[in-house]
Design a protein around this ligand. Structure first.
Ligand code: GDP
Ligand code: MG
Length: 177
C-alpha cells in the first residue's frame, strides 16, 4: 500500500474518534493496508495513514489520523481536528458506554472541528452478535438525529469498512469540488 508518491488531484484530512478499544486503529489498518491486529497497540502520539481513492477520473488522497491512545486520557487536542474535512466516529456495539459517549465526541467535534465536517457514525464489532448491547436501529436513529451517515462494521471480518470510509470520502469530494 505504498501509494505515497502517486499523483493525486486532491488531498484531504479526516480523523478517527471514539472511546478507547472500540476498534479505530483496526478499522484504519483494514482500510489502509487490509490488516487486522488482535492486540491493540496503545502508543502515544498521533499516527496517520494514507489511501488513494479514485472517484470518477480524480484521484483523492485521504490522510486519516488515528489517536494512538490519547483518547484514554481525554487528551485529544485541537490540533488533531485542525483542517479535518471528515470524521469517523466509532463506538463498540458490545459496550453500551461507548455508544452513550458518542454525544461527548459530537460536542468535541462541534467545538474543535470544521462546522461542515462530514461525519460517519460507525458501530464496530458487528461480528460479536451474541454480546450486542446496542441495536442497529438505535445507532441509525442517533445518526439520523445528528445528520450523520451510519454504518455497522466489523474490522475483524472486514465488513462494511471500505464502505464507511468511502461514504465519507465521496461526500467530502462532493462538497469540495
Ligand atoms: P482503538 O483503541 O479504538 O484503536 O481499538 P483497537 O483497534 O486497538 O481494537 C481494540 C480491540 O478490539 C483489539 O483487541 C481488537 O482486536 C478488537 N477489535 C477491533 N475491531 C474489532 C471487530 O470488528 N471485531 C472484534 N471481534 N474485535 C475487534
Ligand atoms: Mg487505537
Amino acid at each position: 500500500a505504498d501509494s505515497y508518491d502517486e499523483e493525486c488531484d486532491y488531498l484531504f484530512k479526516a480523523v478517527l474518534i471514539g472511546d478507547s478499544a472500540v476498534g479505530k486503529s483496526n478499522l484504519l489498518s483494514r482500510f489502509a493496508t487490509d490488516e487486522f491486529r488482535l492486540d491493540s497497540k496503545p502508543t502515544i502520539g498521533v499516527e496517520f495513514a494514507y489511501r488513494n481513492v479514485k472517484i470518477g477520473d480524480k484521484v483523492i488522497k485521504a490522510q486519516i489520523w488515528d489517536t494512538a491512545g490519547q483518547e484514554r486520557f481525554r487528551a485529544i487536542t485541537s490540533s488533531y481536528y485542525r483542517g479535518a474535512l471528515g470524521a469517523v466516529l466509532v463506538y463498540d456495539i458490545t459496550r453500551r458506554t461507548t455508544f452513550e459517549n458518542v454525544k461527548k465526541w459530537m460536542h468535541e467535534l462541534r467545538e474543535f472541528g470544521n462546522s461542515d465536517i462530514v461525519v460517519v457514525l460507525v458501530g464496530n464489532k458487528s461480528d460479536l452478535t451474541q454480546f450486542r448491547q446496542v441495536s442497529e436501529e438505535e445507532g441509525r436513529n442517533l445518526a439520523e438525529s445528528h445528520g450523520l451517515f451510519f454504518m455497522e462494521t466489523s474490522a475483524l471480518q472486514n465488513l462494511n469498512v471500505e464502505e464507511a470510509f468511502l461514504r465519507m470520502i465521496t461526500k467530502i469530494h462532493e462538497i469540495t469540488s
